[in-house]
Design a protein around this ligand. Structure first.
Ligand SMILES: C[S@@+](CC[C@H](N)C(=O)[O-])C[C@H]1O[C@@H](n2cnc3c(N)ncnc32)[C@H](O)[C@@H]1O
Length: 204
């Protein structure tokens, strides 16, 4: 732990207090090279997380329309989605202001024009919008109540026919999350099972 580390900081703190310790993370995702600026007190600062990669590999995106990456961190999921198809409009949100700043820098650094990054809690920054696709690598460390709220409130911001996709460690989510998907969407499909993770999908 560095001397400037503040023990109350988490990757889901709204305003991390410890000093930034920047680094560049390189990743090859969906046949492209990306570089992400990361820092202390953001999720998976040393490398793109395995669950993130599993979600990116499995995600089903619309041909056109809008995509939300809720809890975007430094932006890997939303940036790869936007880079895959310039016809999409991608919004990324996070409750951690440092993550939001990094995600904005990473949008520019990776030259994706079809992305907006917003700061805020759960769906508050997008409560008047409707998405065709919502993507989530949820903040399990913030507690299952937050994970459940990300699933349960998603239909309010989704268009008819929208697809909600969440990656979760199989041992955490395999039993409990499908029930929450059924409550929220009336359905739950397993899109992918890989490396100890599952990607679950609910359709509106
Ligand atoms: C597991 S990380 C995933 C980050 C990124 N999507 C990735 O895959 O690298 C979850 C993210 O959710 C954010 N988060 C936690 N609670 C949140 C909330 N209530 N509303 C919005 N974002 C939240 C955290 O700050 C964190 O960046």
């Amino acid at each position: 732990m560095g001397k400037n580390h503040k023990s109350e900081d988490h990757y889901f703190s709204s305003q991390p207090k410890c000093d930034d310790q920047f680094r560049i993370v390189k990743a090859h995702l969906q046949d492209r090279n990306f570089e992400f600026l990361t820092s202390s007190s953001v999720f998976s600062k040393k490398r793109v997380d395995l669950g993130t990669s599993v979600l990116i590999d499995a995600m089903v995106l619309p041909q056109t329309g809008s995509v939300l990456d809720i809890g975007c961190g430094y932006g890997a999921v939303g940036i790869v989605a936007a880079a895959s198809n310039p016809k999409l409009h991608v919004i990324m949100t996070d409750v951690n202001m440092r993550a939001v700043r990094l995600a904005r820098q990473n949008v520019k650094a990776n030259r994706v024009g079809n992305v907006q990054v917003l700061y805020g809690y759960l769906y508050e920054p997008v409560e008047n919008l409707q998405f065709d696709c919502v993507l989530s690598n949820p903040p399990v460390s913030a507690g299952m109540e937050v994970v459940k709220a990300i699933i349960g409130s998603a239909p309010k911001v989704m268009a008819v026919g929208g697809k909600f996709q969440m990656v979760i460690r199989s041992k955490i989510g395999a039993k409990t999350l499908p029930e929450i998907f059924i409550d929220a969407f009336g359905n739950c499909e397993v899109l992918s099972r890989k490396s100890g993770f599952r990607v679950l999908m609910g359709s509106t």
